[in-house]
Design a protein around this ligand. Structure first.
Ligand code: SF4
Length: 350
């Protein structure tokens, strides 16, 4: 590893992968176990200053302080919803902002993570998609959302689940997302989240589903349509890249571990994809796939091109799929009043 001198930009220790940290430690002439020690301080104790790494000698701390810092993001602006959902607005080093949402539900506390500023794709029902892609997040910017959220909790409180369903398409930034998941799950030097408590949601990069399988986390597919034409209308770019039949074939080929199942997310849009015929087609499409289905009634936002489905349409859609033997849940989005709900990230709360 090329070492920076004190006059150059300091190394951000948080931006280093395990291998890069090991190279730095070797370069400094330290024993290999220092790599784990430093990573544990950052991911398990969540320290923001090298000075707090108390199992490093004073001399070693001074040595590394000469060339490196822990580049944590500045404290986020927190916007609380009436339903206790909290939206965290992070300012990145280049002035862009990214959002994360904490969703309490009884004893559970789920954090929804962003992986891009804006999004590569253009799903018509999504506010983030309207922003276009500003840039991919780096692995440490993804992990920092979790570190900082955990810092802000009461003693004894902890985040119980992570979902990659915030701004961005995770599989369009797969390298950083894989790296981040490694840091979030490693029980030795990382944050130690069980992989079964992490869900990655994709709009349908079918060729990359096998990579998700290797990560060991749960997979959710944002389906939203039962025909190619419908998906083309609602998710035009995704459907051009990976057509619906290819996506369903990739789901059928997905190597699901025992006791796990895929999740299909389906945003219900009034008069677009919420009819009884749509429900029947979804049932046929997914036949034989071990899965559950989450129905998400659309959240209207200012100038939205779609409308929220009626309660009757939601209930009928759910009943049809249940009669066909599927586990179907209606997920009423949380945090609507702060634009923290599904498909609503990306606009500053004003
Ligand atoms: S729904 Fe997801 S993949 Fe589609 S534009 Fe929005 S953030 Fe991107």
């Amino acid at each position: 590893m090329a070492m920076n001198t004190v006059t150059e930009t300091p190394i951000n220790l948080l931006a280093l992968s395990f291998e890069s940290m090991a190279s730095l430690v070797a370069h400094l002439g330290w024993p290999a176990y220092r790599t784990r020690q430093i990573l544990q301080w950052m991911y398990q104790h969540r320290v923001r200053e090298i000075a707090r790494m108390s199992n490093l000698s004073r001399k070693d701390r001074e040595t590394i302080q000469e060339c490196a810092t822990i580049g944590r993001l500045a404290s986020p602006t927190i916007v609380r919803s009436a339903d206790e959902t909290r939206k965290l607005l992070f300012s990145l080093d280049d002035g862009l902002t990214v959002e994360s949402v904490l969703i309490p539900d009884g004893k559970r506390l789920t954090q929804c993570l962003s992986t891009q500023v804006g999004c590569t794709l253009d799903c018509r029902f999504c506010l983030t998609g309207q922003m276009g892609l500003k840039r991919n997040l780096q692995a440490h910017e993804i992990v920092d959302q979790v570190l900082t959220a955990q810092d802000g909790l009461q003693p004894g409180q902890r985040i119980t689940s992570l979902v990659f369903m915030g701004m961005g398409e995770p599989l369009a930034n797969l390298e950083a997302v894989s790296d981040a998941i490694g840091r979030l799950t490693d029980p030795d030097w990382g944050m130690g989240f069980p992989d079964r408590r992490i869900t990655l949601s994709t709009a349908g990069f079918s060729e990359r589903l096998q990579s998700v399988a290797r990560l060991g986390v749960n997979l959710a597919i944002s389906l939203n349509a039962s025909t190619a034409e419908q998906r083309d209308r609602l998710m035009p770019m995704m459907n051009r890249l990976h057509a619906l039949p290819d996506l369903i074939a990739a789901c059928r080929a997905y190597p699901l571990p025992s006791r796990r199942r895929l999740t299909f997310e389906y945003v219900l849009l009034r008069g677009e994809n919420d009819s009884a015929e749509d429900a029947m087609r979804v049932s046929q499409l997914l036949r034989g796939i071990r899965c559950k289905i989450n129905l998400i009634p659309f959240n209207e936002f200012p100038h939205a091109p779609f409308r929220q489905p009626t309660d009757d349409a939601v209930a009928t859609f759910q009943a049809i799929l249940r009669r066909k033997g599927y586990d179907v849940f209606v997920r009423n989005s949380r945090g609507r009043d702060v634009l923290g709900a599904c498909g609503q990230l990306g606009r500053r709360f004003a």
